[in-house]
Design a protein around this ligand. Sequence first.
Ligand code: SF4
Ligand code: SF4
Ligand code: SF4
Length: 414
Amino acid sequence: MPEVMNWQLGRKMRYPYEEKHPDWQFAFVFNTNRCIACQTCTMACKSTWTFSKGQEAMWWNNVETKPYGGYPQHWDAKLLKLMDEADPGGMRWRGGAYRGKTIFELAQKRADPEGHQVALGYLPKDEEWRGPNFYEDTSTKYPAAGPLGLSTEGAQLPEHKTWFFYLQRLCNHCTYPACLASCPRTAIYKRPEDGIVLIDQKRCRGYRKCVEACPYKKPMFRGTTRVAEKCVGCYPRIEGKDPLSEGQPMETRCMAVCVGQIRLQGLVKIGPDGAWAEDRQNPLYYLIRVAKVALPLYPQFGTEPNGYYIPPRWVPRDYLRQMYGPGVDHAIEAYTVPDRELLAVLQLFRRSQKIIFRYEIQEGPKIYETERFGRKFTLWNDTVIAYGKDGRELFRTTVEEPIHVRPAQHANSI
Ligand code: SF4
Ligand code: SF4
Ligand code: SF4
């Protein structure tokens, strides 16, 4: 089995498929602190891409309430349990590197009736796909017993000392996709131009190996067509073929509609060795690789997912470390008391539907200085300027929201 470099794990790992890297990689950052679970993203995807009988279970984008919600139900708890059974206590990080085994490495230890799995996984039962909103807005006691801060006792009135948070999910268009490696029909491919992972519906025979292998459970088997389908990364928009885009790459439907303005999506440049090419002024590169404020979801699975999350501030840290890896404390500190550049870059979220390839900051005046969580915080009213793929300016915005004074007489005056 070839060895590949997984930068999220800080080490090489075994991957049971040919190593191949795109020129650009589809990636996104979600700020979980701002999501209101309005499900506008979910419905934008659904109304754009899924139709006709059988669509009821196709939730390519979903927003689930953690810790109990999930689509399919308990997908992450079930896989974590399988991983722990295969290698008890093995999911450990030391010095920023993952010392445990990934789903690819663990599969070698566990034979199923048809021989070894390509990746450790399971096939959810039909009832686990019944609905995406089970446990929505269900909280858990905080603080609670147990290392992860979970409690089955539920909320107690009148204190409301409880926690939950919203986790937004779609296919991560992984660098090392388990779905692709597991397909016996080679019906799944990763596009060389943008790293989007697609299922060729004509080649698929509905074996559901991808559903079993994907740790995030994002390929979905459709009973009416008897083939699997999944998020297509809104590829026509990424290609600049949406009539609104004037030929420029555009963010996907679920990103563009986000009411909470929590989503920023784009493309990162991949070097000839498969690593991210240094691109300091690309907002995704900055947030993920420089500020390290956004983290991958369950990096220990080993697929190198390309979705990144700014973790929620109020959730027990052990729970978050299990979910996002060892960078959680730094990410929350950086987000809670942002430095000058981070605060400016955070203003780029949802100001345009076009993909931002580069940003620049023009320094503005100091507005105030204060102390937050025992640290000095200064607010500068800088201007951040976003540029598109062709180098043209897309928009500029300031850290302080501008104030507009409405004239006494206006169109709707009574
Ligand atoms: S549209 Fe945005 S705020 Fe609403 S549920 Fe989706 S990610 Fe959250
Ligand atoms: S999230 Fe799952 S379906 Fe998407 S690329 Fe990764 S392994 Fe494949
Ligand atoms: S990227 Fe497009 S296809 Fe994928 S979940 Fe979002 S809206 Fe749906």
